[in-house]
Design a protein around this ligand. Sequence first.
Ligand code: 4NP
Length: 168
Amino acid sequence: MAHKIRVVFVCLGNICRSPLAEGSFRHLVQARGLDDRFDIDSAGTSSYHAGEPPDPGSVDVARRNGIDISRQRSRQLVREELTSFDYIIAMDSQNHRNILRLAANPDALRGKLWLMRNFERSPEGLGDDLGVPDPWGGGRRGFEEVHGIVHDACGHLLAFILAKDKVP
Ligand code: 4NP
């Protein structure tokens, strides 16, 4: 059995943005029949919502797009697991910074740690250095916007990984 490609999506609370990214990415991977090649996860840099399901705004927008994220549960990212991931996708620069601070050896994350929006428009990871806006506490439009951004970015991210890891 080949090594599974381990991907984790990271935001602050792991209840709004990263659950949507996890759901979108898994959906795209399943559509390509590549489930058994990937280990897909999400986490928060905080423990504020540990153990909770995703925010209803995220569950609803995912469901409207044919994706069920209701069984996910929030958890905090821990230092010891960082070395085990092949791709760590931060939703914004604050979380990117938090991940570097959490790492015992930040240099070891070079080439693994990315911003989600780097993939929004380009499968080369050359997109914007912008954050995925935090929709927490806002209305349905904010969650729709997040879904649109992460869905586009996840498509390009998958193309990037498949090319880089030479997945046939
Ligand atoms: P998320 O959204 O990072 O996309 O899950 C947030 C959820 C909760 C909080 C902030 C952002 N909070 O401060 O509790």
